[in-house]
Design a binder for this molecule. Structure first.
Ligand SMILES: [Zn+2]
Length: 104
C-alpha cells in the first residue's frame, strides 16, 4: 500500500509512488508534485523535520487504512453466516410497494 500525503502548501492530498521517486526525480513527503515543482523552481528545499513528520503522519494514516481494510474484509464472511437476509428484504420491498401502487 502507498502512503497518502497532505501537501503543506496547498492542503491537497497526493499519492506519490511507493519508492518515493517520480520519473523526473525524488518525491517529497511535504509537497505535492505541483507545489514541489514551484518550490524547486524557487530554489526552496523541503524542511527535513517537516518531511519526517509528514512521513510519520502518512505511516499512521496507512496503518488506519489497513485496519479499515481488515474490517471490511471481515464483512463478506459475516454475511455468509446469514444467507437468508437478502431474499427476505427483497420480498418485503416488492410487497408493500405493489399494494401501494394499486391503491394509488
Ligand atoms: Zn500542493
Amino acid at each position: 500500500m502507498r502512503f497518502v500525503f497532505e501537501c503543506v502548501e496547498c492542503g491537497g492530498h497526493y499519492l506519490p509512488p511507493e519508492d518515493m521517486v517520480y520519473p523526473d526525480g525524488p518525491a517529497s513527503p511535504v509537497w505535492c508534485t505541483a507545489c514541489q515543482g514551484v518550490k524547486r523552481a524557487a530554489g526552496v528545499r523541503e524542511d527535513p523535520l517537516l518531511a519526517r513528520v509528514a512521513l510519520a503522519a502518512a505511516r499512521a494514516a496507512l496503518a488506519g487504512r489497513i485496519a479499515e481494510a481488515a474490517e471490511a474484509a471481515e464483512q463478506p464472511a459475516r454475511s455468509d453466516v446469514r444467507p437468508s437476509r437478502p431474499p427476505r428484504s427483497r420480498r418485503a420491498r416488492s410487497g408493500p410497494g405493489g399494494v401501494r401502487s394499486k391503491l394509488g
